[in-house]
Design a protein around this ligand. Structure first.
Ligand SMILES: Cc1cc2nc3c(=O)[nH]c(=O)nc-3n(C[C@H](O)[C@H](O)[C@H](O)COP(=O)(O)OP(=O)(O)OC[C@H]3O[C@@H](n4cnc5c(N)ncnc54)[C@H](O)[C@@H]3O)c2cc1C
Length: 446
């Protein structure tokens, strides 16, 4: 294998199959990674040749972007190759006046944001590890983030995908045209497929003119029920908020010390609403937040201070007891308060500290069970609590994953969320595109 693949990508672009840099992602306690070889092709043709060789020789392929995933999707399961896209870094075309860009899969999310901003444009999807995650990984997970509330998740911004599918063929679906309904939505199918249908080599994205600076507002409420009522008032206020984020009482207790403002006594819920459509809209949203708030909602002159604190939440929560198991369930907005309270109740039942925060406007919770990573019993309890959490999301009419995907972490759970005929249709698509089950086996589908 090594000799054959070295002929395609060069020996200098191979790594051992146990290289820790390429065999783990950010998921804890879900997946131990091991492959036979790590392969780093330099362009789409090399990707096609590598996939072709693997398909001809029955070798499994684990596609990998920046390894920032939280579902173990990029973690190889003991055999085959890791196919890492990080060397595909070309900006194939950029046409700012026509609001479009085509970038290869290995371009970081932060680079796409920066190129857009430098040209007065905006690429809204903002998953929280932009310097690490690659655009191919964002598309493969259909990643979200705070500002996807107003603007939609990554897939809403993809107009075309170039990918290598089995048995090693380079396809292009969509492109620079903003509309294309000619065929089945294969670009949409590859988006969010977590590497199980093909390897994405390049994506065409649409951009929009930069809407306006972030004008965030924060307000505290006594509890999740009152906070969630405020969310519905914000949504009914008229102006569309750019982001609606929340922290529950337990997260506030851990991370509130660094909040860039005062926290009123008795606070059990923090709501952060972002506005990018001017001060008049900001004031209307602020007014909607004021009812039942414990104090006058706080408008921030320096949004960066608030967003930096928000971005650090995951790390703060993680360091509370040393580690965490965090999920990304999503529920209909009218069930959000139940899901927030349910997270704490599940933690209590399993004797494990719990909290949640997340993208409230999308009903998307980062429900988290905190633990000492050396405590085996706590890890088992947190995993059991995690299972109960997924069951609760389904029960509330939601989903086991609003952002991170299924990967290995939640594999098998789609069968609980969907009825059998829908699962069969899902499996038939996999069978049609990857009949030998070599594309990221063991992920998304059991
Ligand atoms: C601090 C932090 C904050 C985060 N916040 C968010 C958030 O707000 N919203 C959110 O959605 N996610 C979030 N994430 C999760 C993660 O950043 C996203 O899932 C991201 O899109 C993964 O991109 P990646 O390049 O790192 O992919 P990887 O982790 O390398 O891979 C993820 C999956 O995509 C597949 N894949 C990767 N590249 C390709 C490709 N080119 N072709 C085919 N398949 C491929 C892999 O096989 C795997 O199944 C966060 C992660 C961290 C560490």
């Amino acid at each position: 294998m090594q000799q054959e693949l070295a002929k395609i990508v060069g020996a200098e672009n191979l790594r051992p199959g146990d290289d820790p840099v390429y065999t783990a992602d950010e998921t804890l306690f879900a997946a131990d990674g091991l492959a036979e070889l790590v392969v780093l092709p330099g362009n789409a043709d090399e990707v096609a040749e590598v996939v072709g060789w693997c398909c001809a020789n029955g070798v499994a392929i684990t596609p990998r972007g920046g390894g920032s995933g939280w579902a173990g999707g990029a973690v190889p399961q003991g055999s085959g190759i890791v196919l890492c896209l990080e060397r595909l870094t070309a900006v194939r075309s950029f046409d700012p006046l026509r609001w479009r860009i085509e970038v290869e899969a290995g371009v970081t999310t932060a680079t796409v944001h920066r190129l857009a901003l430098e040209n007065g444009l905006y690429f809204p999807p903002d998953p929280g590890a932009p310097e690490q995650s690659l655009i191919g990984g964002n598309v493969a997970t259909n990643a979200g983030g705070p500002h996807c509330f107003k603007y939609g998740v990554t897939g809403s911004w993809v107009t075309g995908v170039e990918a290598v599918i089995a048995p090693g063929e380079l396809i292009r679906v969509g492109g620079a045209a903003r509309k294309d309904v000619a065929g089945y939505d294969l670009a949409g199918l590859l988006t969010g497929s977590e590497g199980t249908l093909g390897v994405i080599t390049s994506v065409s994205l649409r951009l929009i003119p930069f809407p306006g600076p972030s004008l965030p507002i924060a307000a505290f409420y006594a509890d999740a029920a009152r906070g969630c009522e405020a969310i519905e008032r914000v949504m009914a206020a008229g102006p569309v908020a750019a982001a609606i984020e929340y922290l529950d009482a337990a997260t506030l207790a851990i991370a509130g010390g660094g909040f860039p403002g005062g926290i009123p006594a008795g606070s059990g819920f923090l709501l952060i609403v972002d506005c990018d459509s001017g001060e008049a809209d900001r004031d209307a949203l602020r007014e909607a937040m004021a009812q039942e708030a414990l104090d006058e909602p706080l408008a921030f002159d320096d949004p960066g201070v608030l967003w930096r604190w928000r971005e650090g939440l995951g790390t703060l929560v993680s360091s509370h007891l040393g580690s965490k198991i965090s999920d990304d369930i999503a529920v209909p907005i009218d069930r959000l308060a139940e899901a927030i309270e349910g997270t704490i109740e599940i933690g209590d039942r399993h004797g494990i500290a719990a909290c949640s925060f997340g993208h409230a406007g999308d009903g998307n919770l980062h429900s988290t069970f905190m633990l000492d990573p050396n405590d085996e019993l706590a890890i088992r309890r947190a995993k059991a609590a995690g299972d109960e959490l997924l069951a609760m999301a389904i029960e509330l009419g939601g989903t086991i994953s609003g952002e991170h995907g299924v990967g290995v972490a939640k594999n098998g759970w789609l069968h609980r969320q969907w009825r059998e005929p829908a699962v069969r249709a899902h499996e038939a698509i996999k069978q049609a595109l990857d009949p030998k089950n070599l594309m990221n086996p063991g992920k998304k589908l059991p």
